[in-house]
Design a protein around this ligand. Structure first.
Ligand code: NAD
Length: 409
C-alpha cells in the first residue's frame, strides 16, 4: 500500500461532541468532510446550523459546502480517513468504559475499504488501540493491518471554555507503521497553523495524552490538599500561594473543583493500565482521592461561613452559581458542583442552582437536578460562587445583606 494524502481524500469524523465538531470544521477547510453522530437530534441541529454545546460559531456550520452531518457512516467508494472522537468515560467502579470506542470501531470496520485509515483521537490508555481496536477492525473488515488499512492515534488537547482554536494547538501524531505515521502526521499538518510532534509509536502517543492530564490532576490535588490543611489552620490558601509564587520556579496551580471528561477521568485510565501490570500508582491514585473530595470540602467551607454568621442551615435558602465542571463552558460532565449541592441539602439547606451556560433539560435528564431559569436573589439569603463564569463577575446584588461565599477565592 502507498500511504499518501491528496485532496480527493474524504474525512469522516465519528462523534460530534466537544472534540469532534471543531475537528470536523477544521478538516472541512481542506477536505470534503462528513460528520457522523449516533445522536439523531445532534445531527439534525447541526444541519440547521445549531450547536447546542456552543463549541463552534454558527457561520462555520452554515453555508459550508465541504461539511455535511449525518447519522450513518458513508458507504461511497472514496478513500477515507475516519477520525474517532467518541467518549471514553469511566463506569461506576472508575474503570474505563470502552463501549463507545468499541461500537464506533465495529461500525467503521463494517464499511472500511482497502486503503482507508482510522485515526483515534479519543483518550485512552497505552495499548488500547493495538490490543482492543485493531483486532476488532481486522476481524470485522477482514483486512490486515498495514496491508488493507492503516491506524493512527492523535490525541486531542482541546479545552472547553478556552479561546484556543484547535488549529493553533500543537499535535502529537502516530501511526501503525512508519508510512502510515507519516501520512497521519502530514494530514494533521495540512489543517493546522502549527507544528506536529510525530511520536515513535501509537502507545507513546496514547501515554503522552494521559500524562498531560495526570500531571494537571496531581498538581491541582497538591494545592487542594494545601487548601484542606490551611483551612484547619485558619489561613487563606490563596494568600499563601501568592506569597510562594514569588519564587521563580514555583508551579502556579490553584485549588478548585476538578470535574469534566478529561482531568477527572484520564488518571483512572492510567491507574487501570498500571494495575493490569501489577503496579498500583500511589501518587496518581492519591491525587484522585483528594480531588474527588473537594465538592464536599467546598460545601463544608461554605457551611462554616454560614454558621459563623449566626444563620441556621435548616431551611436556609442558598443559591449556587454555576453548574458546569469549570468556568465559561457548557460541559457539566462529572461536575463536582453536584457534590457541593448534595452536601448542603443533606444538612437541611434549600438549594437552587443557576447556570446560564449549561443545558437545563440535559441536567434534569442526566442528573435529576432542576436548575433555576432566572437569576433571582430576592428569596435567597446566601449565594455561593461555585464556578467562576465570566458573567458572574458582573452581578449586581439588589440586597446588600445577601451573604456571598467564594469557597476557593
Ligand atoms: N471534552 C474535551 O475537552 C476533550 C479534550 C481532549 C480529549 N477529549 C477526548 O475526546 C473524546 C471525545 O470527548 P468529547 O468531550 O468530545 O465527547 P462528547 O460526549 O462531547 O461527544 C461525543 C459524541 O460522540 C457521539 N457518539 C458516541 N458513540 C458514537 C458512535 N458509535 N458513532 C458516532 N457517534 C458516537 C455522541 O453522541 C457524542 O455526540 C473522549 O475520549 C475525550 O476524553 C475530550
Amino acid at each position: 500500500m502507498h500511504w499518501k494524502i491528496d485532496s480527493s481524500l474524504q474525512i469522516v469524523i465519528v462523534g460530534l461532541g466537544y472534540v469532534g465538531l471543531p475537528t470536523a470544521v477544521a478538516f472541512s477547510k481542506k477536505y470534503k468532510t462528513i460528520g457522523v453522530d449516533v445522536n439523531q437530534k445532534r445531527v439534525d441541529e447541526l444541519n440547521q446550523g445549531i450547536d447546542s454545546k456552543n463549541i463552534v460559531k454558527q457561520e462555520s456550520l452554515k453555508n459550508n459546502a465541504a461539511l455535511v452531518f449525518q447519522h450513518h457512516l458513508p458507504t461511497n467508494k472514496q478513500r477515507t480517513v475516519f477520525i474517532v472522537t467518541v467518549p471514553t468515560p469511566v463506569n461506576g467502579e472508575k474503570e474505563p468504559d470502552l463501549s463507545f470506542l468499541e461500537a464506533a470501531t465495529s461500525s467503521i470496520s463494517s464499511v472500511l475499504k482497502k486503503g482507508d485509515i482510522i485515526v483515534y483521537e479519543s483518550t485512552t490508555y497505552p495499548g488500547c488501540t493495538e490490543e482492543i481496536c485493531i483486532p476488532t477492525v481486522e476481524s470485522v473488515s477482514g483486512f490486515k493491518l498495514n496491508e488493507g488499512f492503516g491506524v493512527g492515534y492523535s490525541p486531542e488537547r482541546y479545552s472547553p471554555g478556552e479561546t484556543k482554536r484547535i488549529e493553533s494547538i500543537v499535535r502529537v501524531t502516530s501511526g501503525s507503521n512508519s508510512e502510515v505515521a507519516k501520512m497521519v502526521d502530514e494530514l494533521y499538518r495540512s489543517v493546522l497553523d502549527v507544528e506536529t510532534h510525530l511520536a515513535p509509536s501509537i502507545k507513546v502517543a496514547e501515554a503522552a495524552k494521559l500524562v498531560e492530564n495526570c500531571q494537571r490532576d496531581v498538581n491541582i490535588s497538591f494545592v487542594n490538599e494545601l487548601a484542606l490543611i490551611f483551612d484547619k489552620m485558619g489561613i487563606e490558601t490563596n494568600d499563601v500561594l501568592s506569597a510562594a509564587k514569588t519564587k521563580w520556579n514555583f508551579l502556579d496551580f490553584k485549588p478548585g473543583l476538578v470535574g469534566g471528561h478529561c482531568i477527572s477521568v484520564d488518571p483512572y485510565y492510567m491507574i487501570h493500565k498500571a494495575r493490569t501490570l501489577d503496579y498500583y500508582p500511589k501518587v496518581i491514585g492519591a491525587g484522585r482521592l483528594v480531588n474527588e473530595e473537594m465538592g464536599k470540602f467546598a460545601a463544608h467551607k461554605a457551611m462554616k461561613t454560614i454558621t459563623a454568621q449566626g444563620l441556621n442551615l435548616i431551611g436556609l435558602r442558598i443559591l449556587v452559581l454555576g453548574f458546569a465542571y469549570k468556568e465559561n463552558c457548557s460541559d457539566f460532565r462529572n461536575t463536582k458542583v453536584l457534590d457541593l449541592v448534595n452536601e448542603l441539602k443533606d444538612f437541611g439547606a434549600l438549594v437552587s442552582v443557576y447556570d446560564p451556560l449549561v443545558d437545563r433539560v440535559s441536567v434534569l435528564n442526566e442528573m435529576g437536578l432542576e436548575l433555576v431559569e432566572e437569576l433571582d436573589f430576592r428569596t435567597n439569603t446566601v449565594v455561593i460562587f461555585a464556578v467562576n463564569h465570566f458573567e458572574f463577575g458582573h452581578i449586581k446584588f439588589e440586597n446588600s445583606s445577601t451573604l456571598q461565599i467564594k469557597p476557593f477565592a
